[in-house]
Design a protein around this ligand. Structure first.
Ligand code: 7TS
Length: 417
């Protein structure tokens, strides 16, 4: 067995991870009598004090409803809420805040687009999706297909877990109307060549929808450079609160799309004869929005911007390298998803052990991972497994924690496999 070297809190990139960890109070606790090692960031990431404080300050000092304009608190809340929208716009490099629509998360954002594109679809039209999508980027399209007579067409992936571009080229055809694809795979960690796919789809007149849920915690996407029509993400995976997410869209398409829900905020004028819609982005934001959550997401992005993001990326790459190096120290362990370009995620199996048992045994040692199908059942079918164990890292994880994971896996394998 390879001996594990003693790792320190100092990342090889020179970042002081120990200092960064102080910003995430939840990490400094014991779970089952052991220091918590949180490696389930793909499911949801932890929140820095900056986010907790911003939300508390919002509720203590400025809460009221937004866009009512009647009094000072209402103005403060509106300024904070719309300020967060501007922060998201800058984060994505979108041209205008009219293109930034608040949703409950990635799932709602994709459902909104699917609903909005319904009038464009005819029977026999095709919606191209990859075989590595999360259910949130499959099921809304199946529901849309059901409504319109269109067809969901999956394109292939390679055994390494990269998109099969030949399959994509073959299936992108005359009937294709929509391409829905993930920027980064949640179950495999693969980073997809979105720019290339979008360029090909656009050349064929196809609308492009990118699921950015797993990309934004690791990269700052530039929606103008990607040139996609829609880009969706969730705040809670980006170190912000739950309950809010973002849909970015091209303005001409957003203007063309019918509203998603009816109610207050989204109207210009209501009468029983004729109701007209509000302008973007409010047309898609019926009802009182998640104001504190928007403020919290803005604070999460500001916090990230205050860090050296290239250094964070390098530190994450080092975590993945270390994890990959240690795989061979666990007999019978194999990684599913070995793409050349990956975020720090390893999905794995160990011969003789059920993934859920691996999860439970790790939890007893304070180590949190996720096990199961990761809401990507077609992908699990492709690999012929019911599920995997998945460790997903964030920049606040240390090399030491990677070592602890593998020490624990070695022990579990020895005792139970
Ligand atoms: N798309 C991808 C690629 C995801 O990873 C997830 C959530 C979603 C969409 C849905 O996001 P939501 O915030 O609307 O729920 N993925 C995971 C995961 O990998 N483990 O738990 C949730």
């Amino acid at each position: 067995m390879t001996t594990l070297s003693v790792a320190s809190n100092q990342s090889p990139t020179g970042l002081d991870i120990h200092a960064i960890r102080q910003d995430f109070p939840i990490l400094a606790q014991q779970v089952n009598g052991k220091p918590l090692v949180y490696l389930d960031n793909g499911a949801s990431a932890q929140k820095p004090v900056a986010v907790l404080d911003a939300m508390e300050r919002y509720y203590r000092e400025m809460h009221s409803n937004v866009h009512r304009g009647a009094h000072t608190l209402g103005d403060r809340a509106t300024v904070a809420f719309e300020g967060a929208r501007e922060t998201v716009r800058a984060f994505l490099n979108a041209a205008s805040t009219r293109q930034i629509i608040w949703t409950r998360g990635t799932t709602e954002a994709i459902n909104l687009v699917a609903n909005g594109l319904a009038p464009r679809l005819r029977a026999g039209d095709e919606i191209l999706v990859s075989r590595m999508e999360h259910h949130a980027n499959i099921v809304p399209w199946q529901m849309l297909a059901e409504r319109t007579g269109a067809k969901v067409v999956p394109f292939g992936i390679t055994p390494e877990g990269e998109l099969d571009l030949e399959s994509f080229d073959q299936l992108l055809g005359e009937r294709t109307r929509i391409l829905a694809v993930t920027h980064v795979s949640n179950a495999l960690g693969t980073v997809n060549p979105i720019r290339e796919l979008v360029a090909k789809a656009k050349a064929a007149g196809v609308i492009t929808v990118v699921d950015g849920a797993q990309a934004v915690p690791h990269y700052q996407p530039d929606v103008q450079a990607l040139d996609c029509d829609f880009y969706a993400f969730s705040s809670h995976k980006l170190f912000g609160p739950t309950g809010i997410g973002v849909l970015y869209g091209k303005e001409d398409l957003l203007n063309e799309m019918p509203p998603w829900q009816g109610g207050g905020e989204m109207i210009e004028r209501v009468s029983f004869e004729r109701t007209t819609w509000n302008v973007l982005p409010y047309k898609f934001e019926a009802g009182t929005p998640a104001i504190a959550e928007a403020v919290g997401l803005g604070a999460a992005i500001d916090y990230l911007s205050s860090l050296d993001r290239p250094a964070l990326e390098a530190a994450e790459a080092d975590l993945l390298t270390r994890a990959n190096q240690l795989v061979e120290t666990v007999p019978g362990m194999s990684v599913i998803g070995t793409a050349r370009n990956k975020v720090p995620v390893i999905s794995f199996k160990i011969e003789g052990l059920h993934p859920s048992d691996i999860g439970t045994l790790l939890d007893q040692q304070g180590i949190a991972i996720r096990t199961g199908h990761h809401c990507a059942m077609p992908l699990m079918d492709f690999y012929g497994v019911p599920g995997t164990a998945r460790a997903s890292f964030a920049f606040y994880n240390t090399q030491d924690e990677v070592d602890q994971l593998f020490t624990a896996l070695q022990k579990i394998q020895r005792l139970f496999a």
